[in-house]
Design a protein around this ligand. Structure first.
Ligand SMILES: Cc1ncc(COP(=O)(O)O)c(C=O)c1O
Length: 465
């Protein structure tokens, strides 16, 4: 929490004004501790008179007893890195941000004006937990058109983004100690969200064409698990896409072991090379399919969805209601208006063209400048390239050197559930940098790598991991 001083306003916020109960972040306490103590005790007599003794006692002892689940949850490492990378001079390949230059700002502005002027009082009102029916119908029709998937609009729940979808799914399934199978490396946000429910993780390695299905089968034979969480298309962080065979195999293996598949398709629409593939849901209806408007329209609208069988939908509606009653109704209406008035496929094609060019530039620059022994993926879509350094080279050491050169990326270890894996890996985002930044950033990284590795031979661009 940010505060600009220890004025009356700050003290009120921290200790609570008369008649108010105020919850405050411990980081305020941490950062300004001495000053706050000093200031507070100087004013103690005044506050004793003003608020009464009981209030002083209550707020002067800071001894929060947090829920056990908070111990199991790691702070998002990426959020921490992003604080460093927000300096304008830093070329950042760290965040997972879509390119804001491609947000349909004018179209969203027109859609907003239209829904507000036509139906202002209605769109600003509370709404249903399931979400706006015409928007759910649009999503169902798109599944049919893109993947041949027949989905009832009533099997779709609109959420405030896929991140909330993961949280809701965790809430209906996971007790403390329940096992979740994730990909190795896996999506950090899912690891964080499932950790809140004190889940145990079992990470199964990714190969070039998707998860190691033999190991998945073996793991499930040896250990019970409730969920398998996967991003099978343009995975975050690796950029890997499961082959069609892998999708079929995953569906078969999960069915055999009675494990629910949570298929996160956040990037599925962003294919700039190769052919579209069926979802895992096409092969097994014991799959919860998640989607999002974040990467194809704009993440600030906070809009995603869960597509699940009716018996799951009943439970999901309960936890959704308990969490926030319903997703942002104005956003739902704006998105639906935007989709009705514009050609979304044309817009997605624009995004894909732009990201495809950036990916090409990034991998070409790496092929030209990175030393031998460094390998990387060449994703057919999405927003990330995954880089593997020689075993003995630490991506954290590289990060320290690169930050001095004003280039940032995410070291790979946070994408693993243990502290020792992936120390020689890193994730690069290519969607949110322009050509000049990609060229300059990769050149600077190459200099750092050469310093660290002590050789200047060219990279082997064929090897993936
Ligand atoms: C794999 C994956 N799932 C979910 C999310 C969250 O997306 P949303 O903006 O829809 O909450 C992200 C965000 O980057 C992601 O990479």
């Amino acid at each position: 929490m940010v505060s600009d001083g220890v004025g009356k306003k700050f003290i009120d916020c921290f200790f609570g004004s008369r008649g108010t109960k105020c919850v405050s972040s411990p980081c305020v306490w941490g950062t300004r501790k001495d000053f706050i103590f000093h200031d507070f005790f100087k004013r103690k007599d005044f506050y004793r008179q003003y608020y009464g003794l009981r209030r002083i006692r209550r707020y002067s002892i800071v001894n929060y007893i947090f829920a056990d689940r908070m111990q199991a949850t790691r702070k998002s490492f990426i959020r921490e890195i992003l604080k460093v990378t927000q300096q304008p001079e830093v070329i950042s390949f760290a965040g997972g941000l879509p390119n804001p230059g491609l947000f349909p700002v004018d179209e969203i502005a027109s859609a907003s004006v239209k829904v507000l002027s036509d139906e202002g009082r209605n769109v600003l009102q509370y709404s249903t937990t399931e979400g706006y029916l015409p928007l759910r119908e649009f999503i169902a029709q798109r599944y049919l058109k893109k993947s041949g998937l027949k989905v009832d609009p009533d099997d779709i729940l609109i959420t405030n983004g896929s991140q909330q979808s993961i949280d809701l799914i965790g809430k209906i399934f996971l007790n403390k100690g329940d096992r979740v199978i994730i990909e190795k490396p896996g999506y950090l946000g899912a690891i964080q969200a499932f950790s809140i429910f004190e889940a145990e993780f079992e990470a199964v390695p990714l190969l070039e064409d998707g998860i190691d299905t033999e190991l998945l089968d073996k793991t499930l034979s040896e250990k019970n698990a409730k969920l398998f969480y996967t991003v099978p298309t343009f995975q975050n962080p690796s950029g890997i896409t499961y082959s069609e065979q892998k999708r079929k195999d995953v569906a078969r293996i999960l069915k055999k072991h009675n494990v629910v598949c949570v298929e996160d398709n956040a990037y599925g629409e962003l294919r700039f090379a190769g052919e579209d593939l069926p979802t895992i849901r096409n092969y097994s209806d014991n799959t919860i399919l998640m989607g999002s408007f974040s990467k194809i329209i704009a993440p600030g609208l906070r809009m995603g969805w869960i597509c699940a069988r009716k018996e799951l939908m009943e439970k999901l509606l309960i936890v959704k209601q308990a969490a926030d009653l319903h997703s942002n109704y104005l956003s739902q209406r704006i998105i639906h208006q935007y989709l009705s008035d514009n050609d979304i496929d044309r817009h997605i094609t624009k995004i894909k063209d732009a990201y495809g060019k950036r990916r090409d530039l990034m991998v070409n620059m790496m092929a030209e400048h990175f030393p031998e022994g460094v390998s990387y993926t060449k994703p057919e879509g999405g927003m990330f390239v995954w880089v593997t350094l020689p075993e003995s080279v630490s991506s954290l050491d590289l990060f320290e050197l690169a930050i001095e050169e004003n280039v940032a990326f995410v070291p790979g270890n946070p994408f693993y559930t243990d502290d020792t894996s992936g120390n020689n890996t890193l994730r690069l985002n290519f969607s949110n940098s322009d050509d000049e930044q990609i060229e300059e950033g990769i050149k600077r990284m190459a200099v750092c790598l050469e310093k660290l590795m002590g050789n200047t031979v060219r990279a082997d661009s064929q090897k993936l991991f």
